[in-house]
Design a protein around this ligand. Structure first.
Ligand SMILES: Nc1ncnc2c1ncn2[C@@H]1O[C@H](COP(=O)(O)OP(=O)(O)OP(=O)(O)O)[C@@H](O)[C@H]1O
Length: 228
């Protein structure tokens, strides 16, 4: 589905790997390893300095950027909503391609387990957990094929993080989404991931199935990381 061929950018050195359809890939590794940089290459928030990225077999830069950002949705650590109501935020992406269907908010809010009457509330007046759910619903409004998640629960308290993780898991399973998630929490990686990419100093040091690779690490670097 997405292929990196000899990609370098900033801290990343010569990365080559594939994310297949329905993979639930977890990018993990020490701080500064290049995980966020790598995630941002998937939807062209960054472009390779060297090498090539393919989306469904096509050079990624040939996919119109609006289409790419709809099909490859991104959810960040902290909600980044626009000023306005929940509904304004949900409509934003689809409106760019005239694909918003009136009433679509009902399903979207249901997906993220928020009550429908929240749609007219100002997003500034919502709790952090509610805002993160709205951010997720806004990403889903674009009907993404791939979901990029950059530590989506790390800014939330334990209970809220657990709820959002549960919502994510259900959505990914129900919609057969392909997922690429950065997380520092190995228990979360075990619960959500099927494939692990362990990053170390800008390289993919080790890959494998999850949770297996966490129980049987091969490289010294991964062993050390898991002991920290
Ligand atoms: N284009 C660039 N050129 C040089 N350095 C860069 C470039 N882009 C990012 N970096 C640096 O590379 C390092 C890794 O960044 P990145 O945020 O991708 O790591 P990370 O693994 O996500 O870390 P964390 O877990 O702390 O979020 C950072 O120190 C960043 O400043």
């Amino acid at each position: 589905m997405i292929e990196f061929k000899n990609v370098s950018h900033g801290p990343l050195e010569n990365l080559s790997f594939k994310i297949e359809q329905n993979d639930r890939a977890i990018l993990f590794g020490p701080s500064g390893a290049g995980k966020s940089t790598m995630l941002f290459l998937f939807n062209r928030l960054k472009d390779p300095e060297q090498g090539e990225i393919f989306y469904k077999g096509k050079p990624i830069e040939e996919v119109p950027i609006t289409t790419l950002r709809q099909k490859v949705g991104l959810l960040l650590q902290s909600p980044n909503l626009f000023p306005g109501t929940v509904l304004d935020n949900l409509k934003y992406g689809p409106s760019l391609t005239n694909s918003w269907e009136p009433g679509a908010e009902e399903k979207l809010l249901e997906y993220v387990q928020l009550p429908l009457d929240i749609k007219d509330r100002d997003v500034d007046h919502l709790s952090g957990g509610q805002q993160q759910r709205v951010s997720l619903a806004r990403t889903l409004a674009n009907e993404p094929e791939v979901l990029l998640l950059d530590e989506p629960t790390s800014a939330l308290d334990n209970k809220t993080a657990e709820d959002i993780e549960h919502v994510l898991k259900e959505l990914i399973e129900a919609h057969n989404l392909t997922m690429v998630m950065v997380t520092h929490q190995m228990d979360q990686a075990r619960r959500l991931g099927t494939k692990g990419l362990f990053m170390h100093e800008g390289r993919i040091q080790e890959t494998g199935e999850l949770p297996g690779m966490l129980d049987d690490p091969k490289t010294k670097e991964l062993k050390e990381y898991l002991q920290e």
